[in-house]
Each structure stands twice: as structure tokens, then as C-alpha cells.
Design a protein around this ligand. Structure first.
Ligand SMILES: C[S@@+](CC[C@H](N)C(=O)[O-])C[C@H]1O[C@@H](n2cnc3c(N)ncnc32)[C@H](O)[C@@H]1O
Length: 214
């Protein structure tokens, strides 16, 4: 398991992401986040919550969200968003590779654009499976390696991109790793990247649900 220190800083990325990510809410991002979270209930653990853009989209049936965020500037923004949230949200410092929760303690785990950035993808997903109760859901919204030329371009850009984008990798195949971690993928939908109905080149985005075995 990764020995990455808690609270690693990515100050430039954090400032840029904190400022720009809310703009995606008006460009269809809010609808996608609602879709990611709809139908959840009980206790939810959110990995890498960033500035807390998901918080206002949790349905009222969610009794408590525990949101982990290792980056201190983003965590400060998340704490502010948590204070405005209708659903109870606790924001903590922490990484997906070492979840500070007992086995089987969570009804659901949520990951939005985080599996691209964790240091240890397989280790993080093993932790997700460990903390989910039997039958608990893992909801994810992730960009993954594209098909064909798009994927090869991402392979080329990845070494530079990961340095400037807070450790984000363009070419991970997180959907395959979810299954390898022993979570049963029940739904997997590719989101269209379009503007006014016109297909645009862009990262391949997947919205998925996987379940911990009973
Ligand atoms: C692209 S941002 C997404 C933030 C947020 N989930 C959202 O949807 O806006 C990636 C996030 O993953 C966090 N992160 C990076 N490594 C992580 C790790 N090992 N465990 C948990 N979160 C991590 C970053 O600090 C950042 O907040």
C-alpha cells in the first residue's frame, strides 16, 4: 500500500482547479453529478472531493457524507461548501490508498475524477471494496484512456500532463481495475462529449456503478 504522506500539496493545480471547476456546473456538469449521486442513501464516503462540487447534489436520503481530500487548499474550499450543504458533510484529510474506516462500514463510496490521480489505483480500489458493506455501491465518474488514435495521443501527452495537472493521468483504464478489485460492475455508460449536439474530441468519460459482493 502507498506510503504517500497525507495532505500532499499541489498549490498551482489546486488554485486553477478550484477556480475553473465550478464553471463546468453550467456546462452540463451539474446534471452529470446529479446522475452520479441519484438514488444513494445512508452513509457515503467520497474520495478526493476537491472543492466539494458534489455536495449540493447528494439526495436527502443520504444521512452523512464523509469526504476525503488530501490537498489543503482544495480541502479549505470543500469545508466551505460543506457548511452550505443541505446534507451533513464532514471533510477530512486523507487518501484513497489508506481509508481510515473499518471494513464494511460504508453504504456507498463515490469517486469523481479521482482514480486518474491516485498514486496506487489497485490499492485504492482494494480499499473501496474493504470499506463497502456487502452489497454496497461504488459510484464513479472517471475519464479513461480513449480508443484508437485518441488513446495513443493520451499516452504521448501523459508524462507532461501528469506533472502539471496534480498527478492526473490521461491514459488509465480505471473501469477494468474496478472489476479486478472484485467489485461487480453493474452499469457503465460512456458520456458523449458534445456541444450543441456536435461530437467533440475530448477525454473518454465513464459513469459507472459497481457493487461489493454479498
Ligand atoms: C480532478 S480533481 C477532482 C475533484 C472532485 N472530485 C471533483 O469532482 O471536482 C482530483 C482530486 O483527487 C484528489 N486526489 C489526488 N490524489 C488522491 C488520493 N491518493 N486520494 C484521494 N484523493 C486524491 C486531488 O487532491 C483532487 O482533489
Amino acid at each position: 500500500m502507498s506510503q504517500r504522506p497525507l495532505g500532499r500539496r499541489h498549490p498551482v493545480f489546486a488554485r486553477v482547479y478550484g477556480a475553473l471547476a465550478p464553471l463546468s456546473e453550467v456546462g452540463g456538469g451539474a446534471r452529470t453529478r446529479q446522475e452520479l449521486l441519484q438514488g444513494l442513501r445512508g452513509s457515503v464516503l467520497e474520495l478526493g472531493c476537491g472543492s466539494g462540487l458534489n455536495f449540493r447534489h447528494y439526495p436527502p436520503e443520504v444521512s452523512r457524507v464523509t469526504a476525503l481530500e488530501p490537498e489543503p487548499q482544495l480541502r479549505r474550499l470543500a469545508l466551505r461548501a460543506a457548511r452550505r450543504s443541505a446534507v451533513r458533510v464532514e471533510v477530512l484529510s486523507g487518501v484513497a490508498e489508506r481509508l481510515p474506516f473499518p471494513d464494511g462500514s460504508q453504504d456507498a463510496v463515490v469517486s469523481a475524477l479521482v482514480l486518474c490521480s491516485v498514486d496506487d489505483l489497485a490499492g485504492s480500489l482494494a480499499e473501496v471494496r474493504r470499506v463497502l458493506r456487502p452489497g454496497g455501491e461504488f459510484r464513479f465518474l472517471e475519464h479513461v484512456r480513449g480508443r484508437g488514435v485518441g488513446g495513443r495521443v493520451e499516452d504521448l501527452l501523459d508524462p507532461l500532463w501528469s506533472r502539471v495537472a496534480g498527478g492526473c493521468h490521461l491514459n488509465r483504464e480505471a473501469q477494468a481495475e474496478v472489476g479486478r478489485a472484485g467489485l461487480q460492475v453493474e452499469e457503465l455508460r460512456e458520456l458523449a462529449t458534445t456541444a450543441l449536439g456536435i461530437p467533440l474530441p475530448g477525454p473518454r468519460m465513464l459513469l459507472g456503478t459497481a457493487r461489493a459482493p454479498l
